[in-house]
Structures are given as structure tokens and as C-alpha cells.
Design a protein around this ligand. Structure first.
Ligand code: NAD
Length: 402
């Protein structure tokens, strides 16, 4: 039997391995590259002895014919690859994708659930009513980042803990933002569409295509994703990289990223050719990009929003894209998910919209699955979680949600 301290060192090493690219030992790296839900070496790192027999409920999207890939951990079928581990410790693991309406499987399972795992990619809206139903709830884990699908104030009032796997998909989202910026600025998608439609019309694309180089980009929110985006954009020879955040990132970091802070949002927006949204959805950011604010932007500027759909007003965005006030709008998040078939953002001109995918690449899944396992393991052992994981702790909301 491995000494407890050594096991926990290995556990933290295994987790670091998937959250940072440089620090992990070879054996763990190899293990992760071959990672399968039941891989014996991997589960050895996490073995923690018998727990108290908790009921864990996971709500994930169904993958159907795509579930065969064992690396596809984020779907209901593979359920983060933690079933064997949970059950070996005497816990019960119920998994569903059925979450709509009061008769959903989620609602039926809630009353005796102790730990609820949800994901922003298939958001189960955990309302005050649902929290009241979950009489035995103690911990709510978001497998990913962004817990706004949970009524956080109600969770705090109930003394519950809400935790997310902070940092798990930062690089996936920042990378996707670079993609969406380029797709919009270069007017790429209409050209791609032409090839499918058997057309050849250079003018129809070139009349609205620009270089990203020598443009001004601003990020609203300069936390983990915002800063990584600025880092990724350094190679594009921008005219200026601006950021607006309630906190300064500090002079040294600004120098490193070639970034300048703007303390007034509207002043920054008026300067930007491209604006990227990187704040959480909170009472302060809901509807931030409304008609009035968009009208203060440079005419023809682009917005990329992979943060949360409800940070932008649906009709204001649609009208601005149609009128040319916005050159285009792109993102993977919607005010309602799944977006209804008649959602106006589906049919806007100059859009780069997709379902909610930027933070759920296979690499991101490996990281948030490992992070979820780490959270559960610590919870079962009554150990504190990494500080940055807590969204609600002992009745207190994380500061940016206040
Ligand atoms: P983070 O906490 O590291 O950064 C958020 C930043 O926003 C912080 O610097 C904070 O100071 C700033 N901020 C918060 N409220 C603000 C306000 N009212 N005005 C100005 N600045 C404000 O978070 P992160 O990891 O960078 O993630 C940001 C958000 O991106 C998440 O909350 C989530 O909603 C979203 N996200 C989306 C996906 C996806 O798949 N589409 C994946 C991960 C995260």
C-alpha cells in the first residue's frame, strides 16, 4: 500500500500534468497520452480508499454514435471516465442527459443526490427550485469553467459548495477566439461556402476582407482566457492590444503582453477593430453589449464572444450586424442552449457561430475530467480544494460574482 502522502503527491503531479504542459513526469505524460477511462496506471494515482457512499449525479450531453472513442470523456456515455473509480470506493454514479422540465431524470434523481456534476456544454439549469429539491446536496461541480447555469446566490444561501475546474479549458477557448477573429476579419466563411455551392466569386469575399495585422484588438475581461488570448495575438503585429478589466494585470504583465489597460469600457470600444468578450456572466455583465453600447463601437468592428451568450443582447447584435454597425459577430455561446432553430443569431449575415464547443476539445475534456476527479477525491477526503476552484464556499460567492 502506498503511503498516503506519496499518493497525494502523485495525485497532484498527475493533475498538474494535465493543467500545465511542462511540469509533469514522463510516466504521467505517457499515461495521459494513452488515457482511457479505465486505464489501470492512471486510476492508481487517484486511489484514495473507501469513501462514505455518496450518490453522485452527472449531467452530460449524449454522444450516440461518437461515443466509441474512449478519449471522448465529456459525453454521457463515458461520463468523465470516473465510474469505475467512484464505484470502487462505494459511491453510486448516476448519469443522464435528460434535464428539461420537472419530470426529467435529473429532477427525479435530485432528492437523494449528494454531489451534482454539470457542464456548461449541456447546461442543466440549477434553479432555486431544483436546489430545494436536492435536499441532500452538498457539492456542485462544474466540469469546465462558468457556473452561471447554477443559481449561485441560492446555492450560497443553502451553504452549498460550488466548484469548477478553473483553467481546464483556457487554452482551448483562447485558441478558438483567435480562429473566430481570423474567420470574421478575413471574411473566410462566405468563401468556404462558395466551394460547396460550386461558385467562384472573388469579389464577393474580397470587398470585405482585411488583414488582422495593424488592427486594434480589445478584450473585455483579462483573466485567464483574456490574458492568454493577448499572448496568442502577439505574433500578429497588431497596432494596439487593449484590455478592460476591473483589475489591472500589472505593469510587468502588460509589458510582457504588449497590452494597454483602458479604464473606461466605451472609450476602449470606440478604438477597437475587434472586441473579444472574456468576462463571466454576472449581474454586471448580463446584457453589457446592448444597442447603446454597440452604437459606441467603431462602425464595422467585430465582436467575438465565447464567454456567455447573455452578455450580448440578441436583437441588438442581429440588428447591428444587419445594418453594418458590426462587421460580424462570432462565438459559441448563446443566451439559450441548445439555441432554438429560429434563433436570430443562426441566420445573421457575417456570423461565425457554432454550438458550444470551444472549451470541449478532447484535450480540454482530459483536463476537466482529471480536475473533476481531483475535486471529488479531495471532497471525499475532507481536504480543501485549490482556492481558485471555489465559486461558492461556505455561503460566500467568489468576488467577481458579487
Ligand atoms: P477568469 O476568472 O480568469 O477571468 C475573468 C475576468 O473577468 C477577471 O479578470 C475579472 O476581473 C473580469 N471581470 C469580471 N467581471 C467583470 C466586470 N464586470 N467588468 C470587467 N471585468 C470583469 O475567467 P476565465 O477563465 O478567463 O473565463 C472567463 C469566462 O469565459 C468564464 O466565466 C466562462 O463564462 C467563459 N468560458 C467559456 C468557455 C466556452 O467553452 N465557451 C470555456 C471556459 C470559459
Amino acid at each position: 500500500m502506498m503511503p498516503k502522502r506519496f499518493a497525494s503527491l502523485l495525485l497532484s503531479g498527475a493533475f498538474k500534468a494535465v493543467t500545465r504542459t511542462h511540469v509533469y513526469p514522463q510516466c504521467v505524460a505517457k499515461e495521459l497520452s494513452n488515457y482511457q477511462p479505465s486505464a489501470p496506471c492512471f486510476s492508481r494515482f487517484f486511489s484514495s480508499g473507501k469513501g462514505e457512499g455518496k450518490k453522485v449525479l452527472g449531467v452530460f450531453y449524449k454522444a450516440h454514435e461518437y461515443a466509441d472513442n474512449p478519449e471522448f470523456l465529456g459525453c454521457a456515455e463515458n461520463a468523465l471516465g470516473i465510474r469505475e473509480w467512484l464505484e470502487s470506493q462505494g459511491h453510486t454514479y448516476v448519469v443522464t442527459s435528460d434535464k428539461e422540465g420537472p419530470d426529467s431524470e435529473l429532477d427525479r434523481e435530485l432528492p437523494d443526490t449528494n454531489i451534482l456534476i454539470t457542464t456548461p456544454f449541456h447546461p442543466a439549469y440549477i434553479t432555486k427550485e431544483r436546489l430545494a429539491k436536492g435536499k441532500n446536496l452538498e457539492l456542485l461541480v462544474t466540469a469546465g469553467i462558468g457556473s452561471d447555469h447554477i443559481d449561485l446566490r441560492a446555492a450560497a444561501e443553502k451553504g452549498l459548495t460550488v466548484a469548477e475546474v478553473t483553467g481546464s479549458n483556457t487554452s482551448s477557448v483562447a485558441e478558438d477566439e483567435v480562429l473566430r477573429i481570423l474567420v470574421l476579419v478575413r471574411n473566410f466563411l462566405p468563401g468556404w461556402r462558395q466551394t460547396w455551392e460550386g461558385k467562384w466569386n472573388v469579389a464577393a469575399i474580397a470587398h470585405k476582407a482585411h488583414d488582422l495585422s495593424d488592427k486594434v484588438v480589445g478584450t473585455v475581461g483579462a483573466g485567464r482566457i483574456g490574458q492568454l488570448l493577448m499572448q496568442r495575438l502577439k505574433g500578429f503585429d497588431l497596432k494596439q492590444m487593449l484590455y478592460y478589466d476591473r483589475n489591472s494585470i500589472g505593469e510587468e504583465r502588460e509589458k510582457e503582453l504588449g497590452a494597454t489597460r483602458e479604464t473606461d469600457l466605451d472609450t476602449m470600444l470606440a478604438k477597437c477593430d475587434v472586441v473579444v468578450v472574456n468576462t463571466p456572466l454576472t449581474d454586471q455583465t448580463r446584457g453589457l453589449f446592448n444597442k447603446e453600447r454597440i452604437s459606441k463601437m467603431k462602425k464595422g468592428a467585430y465582436i467575438v464572444n465565447n464567454a456567455r451568450g447573455a452578455i450580448a443582447d440578441v436583437d441588438a447584435v442581429k440588428e447591428a450586424v444587419e445594418s453594418g454597425q458590426l462587421g460580424g459577430y462570432g462565438g459559441d455561446v448563446w443566451n439559450e442552449q441548445p439555441a432554438p432553430k429560429d434563433h436570430p443569431w443562426r441566420y445573421m449575415p457575417s456570423q461565425a457561430m457554432t454550438p458550444h464547443i470551444s472549451g470541449t476539445t478532447l484535450d480540454a475534456q482530459a483536463r476537466y475530467a482529471a480536475g473533476t476527479k481531483d475535486i471529488l477525491d479531495k471532497w471525499f477526503k475532507h481536504e480543501p480544494l485549490p482556492k481558485s476552484y471555489y465559486i461558492v464556499r461556505e455561503g460566500q460567492l467568489a468576488s467577481q460574482y458579487l
